[in-house]
Design a protein around this ligand. Structure first.
Ligand code: GLN
Length: 283
């Protein structure tokens, strides 16, 4: 038996609205596009489009999962970042648009360095930062690491999917890393432990807590990375971070205490502090 797509979309919308999912309209359309394998335009123009009962069931199952606040990206398995497509699953944080500001800051900087540039991405997660830098800067040699084996497996698939050439290493921060880099970049876990229960259910119940939890004051990974970076940076090498919007001053102090200078803070699209970088001073 066939059912009209426009009818199941209305059913999906109503179910999501009933469960107080804010983006009920968009989410019902995005899931329909995903399950039918069609574009938004095809969906909206072709009102006579039908699907069989099995497809309808799959769609409504996904709507139910979304009603339980499973992020849409974990249902479709993908997220776009820097114009590239990344596989996502519950082993990795879903790439955020704000993180594009971090990638752009790194690209702007490395474009000015002549020759080959060595870049290290710590806490790579889905690999979105490392893969984007590799794709968008032909002369960058990118290494990326993560403590999570499962996250790295996803990052490796994202590297293949995007035909990038990142080297992946399973490592707890610098533990298994050797060599010197022009740039170290990281979007580490930076949420204060006591803030986690206050996050959206999509985030606190479904995204990996290991990718969120920055310990009691949220700054643990900044301290550990800045404190050990000298050994892994070339003289005057740069360290770039994504930060929480209230962490600019604290991370600036950590940089200064550890012999970095020229600290710069950049804002995200919403006007919040989001990126910080600094230069390692020669000793
Ligand atoms: N670096 C990854 C990202 O930006 C993962 C970040 C994290 O796990 N905290 O998406």
């Amino acid at each position: 038996m066939e059912v009209l797509v426009k009818d199941i979309i209305v059913e999906g919308e109503q179910a999501l609205k009933h469960c107080n999912i804010d983006d009920w309209k968009t989410d019902s359309l995005l899931l329909a596009e995903y399950f039918l394998g069609v574009t938004r335009k095809q969906l909206l123009l072709n009102q006579g489009l039908t699907v069989d009962v099995k497809l309808k069931r799959d769609y409504m199952d996904a709507i139910q999962s979304r009603c339980h606040h499973i992020p849409l990206q974990y249902l479709t398995g993908t997220q776009e970042f820097m114009g590239l497509e990344f596989e996502v699953n519950t082993d990795v944080l879903i790439p955020r648009q704000d993180t594009e500001v971090l990638v752009e800051a790194v690209l702007t900087y490395i474009d000015k360095i002549p020759g080959e540039k060595k870049v290290l991405d710590l806490c790579t997660g889905s690999g979105c930062i490392a893969v984007s830098i590799d794709k968008m800067c032909g002369s960058a040699k990118v290494t990326a690491c993560d403590i999570s084996e499962k996250a790295l497996e996803t990052a490796v698939r994202n590297n293949q999917k995007n035909k990038a050439a990142v080297t992946f290493i399973r490592s707890d921060l610098f533990e298994q890393i050797s060599g010197k880099f022009d740039v170290i970049v990281s979007n580490p876990p930076y949420i204060r432990t006591d803030e986690i229960p206050k996050l959206m259910p999509e985030v606190k119940n479904h995204e990996p807590v290991i990718a969120l939890d920055g310990d009691a004051d949220g700054l643990k990974f900044y301290r550990m990375i800045v404190g050990n970076a000298r050994e892994f940076l070339k003289p005057e090498g740069m360290l770039f971070f994504e930060i929480g919007c209230e962490q600019g001053e604290d991370v600036q102090s950590i940089f200064i205490q550890n012999g970095f200078s020229n600290v710069t803070v950049q804002k995200d699209l919403a006007g919040n502090d989001r990126v910080i970088y600094a230069k390692l001073e020669r000793k």
